[in-house]
Design a protein around this ligand. Structure first.
Ligand SMILES: [Cu+2]
Length: 163
């Protein structure tokens, strides 16, 4: 039926030539984004729990911030963010350790990024943020607050020392 009319057939081919890329390009882009996210270990941090910001110092595990060894090579780093510091602002772990960072904020919204790793999350008052990362290479990893939190925002930093 189409072939009886060559003009109509050409119009049909032309239409297909437009439709195919308009489907193939978004599919290719979405596939690339998903594959890349898995390849670099991208994860979206979720809310690990709620906490009363007024009761941080008496609520576990924030009543004792710091590094805790949960199992050989597995640590939990409990940290509190507040204007303009992290408590503690330095932790030391051996290379090959898996560290779960558990944070909350005492006052305003802060950011928590460990340069050179996939750790990047928001620290929101009333909320507990949690992310796990493995440190394979020894070195000093800078921790920065990447959410403008006031006049001292630029000095809000810390470090993870991997030995
Ligand atoms: Cu901050």
């Amino acid at each position: 039926m189409i072939l009886k009319n060559p003009e109509k057939f050409m119009a049909y081919l032309f239409e297909v030539a437009w439709i195919l890329p308009s489907v193939a390009i978004p599919v290719a882009v979405i596939t690339a984004v998903v594959l890349t996210a898995f390849a670099v270990g991208l994860r979206v941090p979720d809310v690990a729990g709620r906490i009363d910001p007024q009761a941080i110092t008496v609520t576990e595990p924030f009543d004792e911030p710091g590094l805790r060894e949960l199992a050989p090579g597995k640590y939990q780093a409990t940290m509190i963010a507040q204007v303009f510091l992290f408590t503690p602002n330095e932790i030391e772990v051996p290379a090959g350790s898996e560290v779960t960072f558990v944070l909350t904020s005492r006052d305003v919204i802060h950011g928590f990024k460990i340069v050179g790793t996939s750790v990047n999350m928001m620290v929101v008052p009333g909320q507990i943020s949690k992310l796990t990362v493995r440190f394979d290479r020894p070195g000093e990893y800078l921790i920065v607050c990447h959410e403008y939190c006031g006049s001292g925002h630029h000095v809000m930093s810390g470090k993870v020392i991997v030995y």
